[in-house]
Design a binder for this molecule. Structure first.
Ligand SMILES: NC(=O)c1ccc[n+]([C@@H]2O[C@H](COP(=O)([O-])OP(=O)(O)OC[C@H]3O[C@@H](n4cnc5c(N)ncnc54)[C@H](OP(=O)(O)O)[C@@H]3O)[C@@H](O)[C@H]2O)c1
Length: 305
């Protein structure tokens, strides 16, 4: 019998990468993860082998990737913090892409974001655009998956909206709240990623759910599902951000950044293509009404401490 093919997934102990790894294991594939936290408890036990990113040691990175057929890349930073800047994340990802090519990886499945563009004024979307371009010119066979806002148990944004709605009597929506989001379920993103690995064709495809909400509708839906009685008010974006900064001080986290608000207000988490995800956020919130937002989800604890 042939040995099962090796797939490398970045971030299998974190959020989206965990769902991709789980799917690969369920189809009998061998999985290795690259991570910045190799000492974290391994939720897959010895079924997923572990190596550090080694962005500063390309030869070690090449060694880790040798023998892999597919690299699933989820690595990125949500916002710059300390020495972890967007420029550094772009450089690290380019190192990873080059290492994959040199290691003989057949195909890269890269998780990007909707409306990624080298011309974007927002560093998150610009960095993602630069990387899409690097992948297209890498010589690797590729599938670029561009999610909107990913929801699931480990999600941060929707969870923390629910947390705020549970804990405070008032919830401040930045601006009119008429900008839109089109959330996609993490299992749908993982399924798309794993399916995309099988093809030969180079593809770029949005991962977007079947429901689109204005931000105001999203907050009201979450409030309704968790039976929050918080008053939802609209504040100037600058003032709403100031309040989230104050809350961030209390929870020792960055709750939301100015660039994230700008991205939301520019409708960047909506796809112009037909929906590709199946699961409905409205159903998921009903099923998870007791747990969503029960605890604050901290980006800084997850990635920087
Ligand atoms: N979450 C969303 O709603 C959303 C929406 C659109 C696009 N995306 C894209 O989807 C991909 C996966 O997102 P996710 O939310 O599922 O991410 P995640 O699992 O939290 O992190 C993905 C990977 O990036 C690494 N990472 C994250 N922040 C880092 C930091 N500050 N410094 C160093 N490494 C860091 C993680 O390292 P460890 O392995 O050490 O944990 C992990 O390997 C990303 O490329 C993201 O841009 C996400």
């Amino acid at each position: 019998m042939d040995a099962p093919e090796l797939n490398v997934v970045t971030g299998a102990f974190s959020y989206t990468g965990k769902y991709i790894a789980r799917r690969l294991l369920s189809t009998g594939k061998k999985v290795m993860t690259l991570t910045g936290h190799p000492d974290r408890p391994n939720p897959f036990g010895d079924r997923v082998s572990v190596a550090s990113f080694h962005f500063d040691d390309p030869s070690e990175l090449i060694r880790s990737l040798r023998g892999a057929t597919t690299l699933y890349n989820t690595y990125w930073v949500r916002f710059p913090h300390g020495t972890d800047t967007f420029d550094k994340a772009v450089g690290n990802t380019k190192t990873l892409i080059k290492a994959a090519r040199e290691a003989g990886v057949r195909r890269i499945v890269h998780i990007s974001v909707t409306n990624a563009s080298e011309d974007s004024p927002l560093p998150y979307f610009r960095g993602k655009g630069l990387l899409e371009n690097a992948i297209v010119h890498s010589g690797l066979s590729y599938a670029i998956i561009r999610p909107t806002l990913i929801f699931g148990v480990e999600d941060i944004l929707i969870n923390n909206i629910a947390w705020l709605l549970r804990r405070f009597p008032v919830f401040a929506v930045p601006g009119a709240g008429d900008y839109r989001v089109q959330p996609v379920f993490v299992e749908d993103v993982a399924e798309m990623a794993v399916r995309a690995a099988d093809g030969e064709e180079d593809i770029v495809i949005d991962a977007a759910g079947p429901e689109t909400y204005t931000f105001d509708e999203l907050v009201r839906l979450i409030a309704e599902r968790i039976h929050s009685r918080a008053r939802i008010v609209h504040l100037r974006p600058g003032l709403a951000l100031f309040l989230t900064k104050a809350i961030g001080y209390l929870v020792r986290d960055v709750v939301l950044t100015r660039a994230e608000v700008e991205g939301l207000m520019a409708n960047l988490l909506v796809s112009a293509s037909p929906p590709t995800g199946q699961a409905l956020l409205s159903d998921w919130l009903r099923e998870n009404a007791d747990s969503v937002g029960a605890r604050y989800a901290s980006e800084l604890s997850r990635h920087f401490r």
